[in-house]
Write a protein that binds this ligand. Structure first.
Ligand SMILES: [Cu+2]
Length: 571
């Protein structure tokens, strides 16, 4: 193809993530409409009305090629405002369409619509989209499949077919009510009533719920696009009698490896090959929580079926007999994660792991409780709160991007997010005797364009302890190291993997441990970073990184859309 189509032109300016001019000229433009409204769904013997996209749960799949641009017109036919986020899409210089509510935009109000311009660059494989307001993402989510560009190949034998597998939470109650009540009364939203695979609860709950069946041909190879869309649960996933071959994570290829199970955190995506090479029959696909905190958990097994064509009868084994790590098996999690390595092939972006670091950020993650204030109706004297370096994020009423870009709106955020914990203590020791010390605020981190950044997330034993899936918008980053206990900035960097670290957008911060990330701040914009446990994010386990412009048009934030952004009621 000799000429660029419409939609390639912006690419010529945005050379941030691209390695091939040929790729630019193959890019295509797609248009989707998402109609968001309430529909009735029956699960666990009860019928509820739920906000969904195009009347479907999970929502429709977006399927494009690498490097394409997608215009998605989102129509709000519901009764409250929300936004949509394109999870893992870097949106070069294009924060206007990233989506997090009150960070890059205000909500799309009922009766209105807003068209997102989703600009793909080097992402390949599987991502997803979801609502980014309150807990609406529980029912408003779907897959974002990115196939190789027309001239590209897979770095493995092409699969015969692919199948999206979305792991979800199921609540009998309404998501908006759940989070609003919890915010008001200061307590945690309860554990889900069930879990779902592609919207089906399977056969382990006692209501004759439907089960998802994936029909397969004997000897064919399938690419499973696994998405953890659960609200607060990391997941183990396995298929009885079948080996899983992991080939990609978070839209970047990894060195293939065989495993009996995967562990996937909320927000993450994994591409996994599976060959239908067993006796013709029906085999359980199973998922269960990986859960390592003291908080309560619904650790039920949830099932789907991997069903060979022409098979008769039911599943071969009892679902409970399928080999899957126990819910608290942190060794199974760490050994799985340690096997994920970057794949050095031309289909991946060139490996550019920062070696000399300009900006170090060391973030202690905590859940805690603070005295209830007069403006809420707590049912105990304390309310839950979460903090990063003792700062609990307060969502503003005008989006931070608008305030930053226009420079004329003051008082929305401050630039003093602490780059290290304000006090050092044994983060992973017994913290029951320590004072609670939390500041509320909309504090952000400023980064210079192009600087090499290292972020170390340190889990603490405050509150219930446990691990956290941390997500950064606007970037993929290299996971260069992880360990247990307190991070040591002298000895631990010596163990970093700067050779083939995975390039991901959501990272598992281990309980009582730390994880180190590196990336170049080469995407100017306003980028949210938060725990992808919705419970923690709601309590303030969030911050924002603002990457300044680089001094040229090609290194600066694009102008806002000419058609305008959703209006903030706070302006
Ligand atoms: Cu968390």
């Amino acid at each position: 193809m000799g000429l660029c189509k419409l939609g390639c032109v912006p690419w010529l300016l945005g050379i941030l993530f691209l390695s091939s001019l040929e790729l630019l000229c193959m890019a295509d433009v797609h248009y989707y409409d998402l109609i968001v409204r309430e529909s009735n769904f029956t699960r666990l013997c009860t019928t509820k009305s739920m906000l969904v996209v195009n009347d479907s749960y999970p929502g429709p799949e977006i399927r494009v090629h690498r490097g394409d641009t997608v215009f998605v017109n989102v129509h709000n036919h519901g009764s409250y405002g929300f936004t949509i986020h394109w999870h893992g899409v870097k949106q070069p210089r294009n924060p206007w369409f990233d989506g997090p509510e009150f960070v890059t935009q205000c909500p799309i109000q009922p009766g209105t619509n807003f068209t997102y311009q989703v600009i793909l660059s080097d992402e390949i494989g599987t991502l997803w989209w979801h609502a980014h307001s309150d807990w609406t993402r529980g029912s408003v989510h779907g897959a974002f499949v990115i196939l190789p560009a027309p001239h590209e190949s897979y770095p493995f034998h092409p699969p015969d077919a692919d199948q999206t597998i979305i792991l979800e939470s199921w609540y009998n109650d309404d998501y908006l009510e759940l989070i609003r009540n919890s915010t008001l009364n200061g307590q945690a939203v309860g554990i889900p009533n069930a879990y779902a695979i592609n919207g089906h609860l399977g056969d382990t709950y006692e209501c004759n719920d439907t089960i998802f069946r994936m029909e397969v041909n004997y000897q064919d190879t399938y690419l499973l696009r696994i998405i953890n869309a659960a609200m607060n649960e990391e997941k183990f996933f396995s298929i009885a009698n079948h080996t899983l071959i992991v080939v990609a994570q978070d839209a970047s290829y990894v060195t293939r490896f065989a495993t009996d199970y995967i562990m996937i955190s909320p927000g993450q995506t994994m591409d996994v090959l599976v060959q239908a090479n067993q006796n013709i029959g029906q085999y359980y696909m199973v998922m269960r929580n990986f859960h390592d905190s003291a908080a309560s958990s619904n650790n039920n097994l949830t099932t789907a079926i991997f069903q060979y064509k022409n098979s008769v009868g039911g599943p071969m084994n009892n679902a409970s007999l399928v080999s899957l790590p126990e819910p608290d098996d942190s060794k199974a999690t760490s050994s799985f994660l340690s096997r994920i390595r970057n794949l050095r092939v031309r289909q991946n972006p060139p490996l550019r792991v920062p070696r000399a670091i300009h900006r170090r950020v060391y973030i202690a993650i905590s859940t805690n409780s603070i005295p209830c204030t007069n403006d809420s109706v707590c049912i105990t004297e304390n309310r839950f709160v979460a903090a990063l370096n003792n700062v609990s994020f307060v969502s503003p009423v005008i989006d931070i991007l608008q305030a930053y870009y226009k420079r004329s709106i003051n008082g929305v955020f401050t630039k003093d997010f602490p780059l290290e914990p304000p006090e050092y203590y044994n983060f992973t020791g017994d913290l029951t005797a320590l004072n609670r010390n939390v500041t509320m605020g909309t504090k952000i981190v400023m980064l210079n364009y192009g600087e090499a950044v290292e972020i170390v997330f340190q889990a603490t034993q405050f509150g219930a302890g446990g691990s956290h899936p941390f997500h950064l918008h606007g970037f993929s980053f290299y996971r260069v190291g992880s360990g247990s206990g307190n991070f040591n900035n002298v000895t631990d960097p010596k163990s970093y993997n700067l050779v083939d670290p995975p390039l991901i957008n959501t990272v598992h911060v281990p309980a009582s441990g730390w994880v180190a990330l590196r990336f170049f701040a080469n995407n100017p914009g306003v980028w949210f970073s938060h725990c992808h446990f919705e419970r923690h994010s709601s309590w303030g386990m969030d911050t924002v990184f603002i990457v300044k412009n680089g001094g040229t048009k090609a290194t600066s934030i694009r102008p806002p859309p000419a058609s305008g952004m959703p209006v903030c009621s706070g302006t």
